[in-house]
Design a protein around this ligand. Structure first.
Ligand code: NAG
Ligand code: NAG
Length: 368
């Protein structure tokens, strides 16, 4: 009753041959790995017992399936658009049961909403994948790819990959500035002291990523923490960005650039490339109309002042046209805003990308 037609056997044999032959053609585009928080989580938290999730409507309303995926967006998120720009398929969440076989060669997304640089960031979200756990999964991934294409090719796939790391915003929003505080951080440290602590820990995190084989890593600085609808709703009287939060980003981000430059000197190569996410966001926050947005203050999905209170869920206000809003929910940009950010990552000047933009990286790496 279940006899297998010969054609299927041939196809299976071919697939096995392709999978076991260490052939460069097995993967056309370079692999892409993603680590970090909700700005880049593509659905790992769907598989976890956490409150930090984006798996109910209207999340995903503009995604090709029009269904929630776990991305904190109305549609695509930053990793999706970067994949598009480098000619790759989108990376699957590492916890997805669909991530098997040849799909592993595309790369993987290990990000988990709610996490930060510090282990004590995001404790309120319970079971999330903190950064060192993301690395454990990355090691497990490498073993699985080794079994598929052999250790030498697996090593090469990782060394030649592009990596995206997005961390730090939650250490301020969901730790230092959280009211009421869940940790002692704001009593222990001033903002400059706390920023230096974050950079010390972040340096260890990035060094470890290098040890794990990463050789091209895009590191995004923190966005405009004081201008997101959540900050406006909680602290702003007149719609002005919250100066104390903006100041924290203005202290943290230059320290991050400096630290990655030091690491690059240590490793003797431009491994780490920083993206000035703060400035990329401020461009359309300062002049929304110039970029085709009707507002940069009001979230598309939410409730209360600026639609910036609580979470986005089926009972929230939902704007009819997501293309004219910069913010999707209280913290995260719309797909349209993400595309503007990705464009600067691809082709931005040295004001946005340090020491170079992604199109230069792609051109350089294709020659070597
Ligand atoms: C965070 O946790 C990881 C592993 O769980 C540990 O190796 C690291 O030292 C911790 N970091 C700090 C600052 O405690
Ligand atoms: C991208 O970076 C390269 C190298 O820094 C630079 O020459 C080029 O002008 C940048 N692209 C744009 C559009 O600025």
């Amino acid at each position: 009753m279940f006899s297998t037609p010969p054609g299927v056997l041939v196809a299976v044999a071919l697939m096995v041959a392709m999978a076991t032959t260490p052939s460069h053609q097995a993967y056309a585009a370079r692999a892409f790995f993603v680590f970090g928080d909700s700005l880049v989580d593509s659905g790992n938290n769907n598989y976890l017992a956490t409150t930090a999730r984006a798996d109910s409507p209207p999340y995903g309303v503009d995604y090709p399936t029009h269904r929630p995926t776990g991305r904190f967006s109305n549609g695509l998120n930053l990793p999706d658009v970067i994949s598009e720009n480098i000619g790759s398929e989108p990376t699957l969440p590492y916890l997805s049961p669909e991530l098997t076989g040849q799909k592993l060669l595309i790369g993987a997304n290990f990000a988990s909403a709610g996490i930060g640089i510090l282990n004590d960031t995001g404790i309120q979200f319970l079971n999330i994948i903190r950064i060192f756990r993301q690395y454990e999964l990355f090691k497990e991934y490498q073993q699985r790819v080794s079994a598929l294409i052999g250790p030498a090719q697996a090593q090469r796939l990782v060394n030649e990959a592009l990596v995206l790391m997005t961390l730090g915003g939650n250490d301020f929003v969901n730790n230092y500035f959280l009211t009421p505080p869940l940790t002692f951080r704001s009593r222990q440290f001033s903002v400059p002291e706390f920023s230096r602590l974050l950079i010390t820990e972040y340096r260890k995190i990035l060094s470890r990523l290098y040890e794990l084989g990463a050789r091209r890593v895009l590191v995004t600085g923190t966005g405009p923490l004081g201008c997101v609808p959540s900050a406006l709703a909680q602290r702003s009287n007149n719609g002005e960005c919250i100066e104390e939060f903006q100041q924290a980003a203005a202290i943290f981000n230059p320290l991050l650039v400096q630290m990655t430059q030091e690491l690059n000197q240590e490793f003797g190569s431009d491994v780490f490339v920083t993206a000035n996410a703060f400035q990329m966001n401020m461009d359309f926050i300062n002049s929304p109309q110039k970029f085709g947005f009707v507002t940069s203050k009001v979230a598309c999905c939410g409730q209360g002042a600026y639609n910036g209170l609580g979470v986005c869920n089926p009972l929230s206000n939902l704007c009819p046209d997501r293309k004219i809003y910069a913010f999707w929910d209280a913290f995260h940009p719309t797909e349209r805003a993400v595309r503007l950010i990705a464009q600067q990552i691809m082709t931005g000047s040295s004001q946005y990308m340090n020491p170079m933009n992604l199109s230069s990286i792609m051109a350089m790496d294709s020659r070597t």
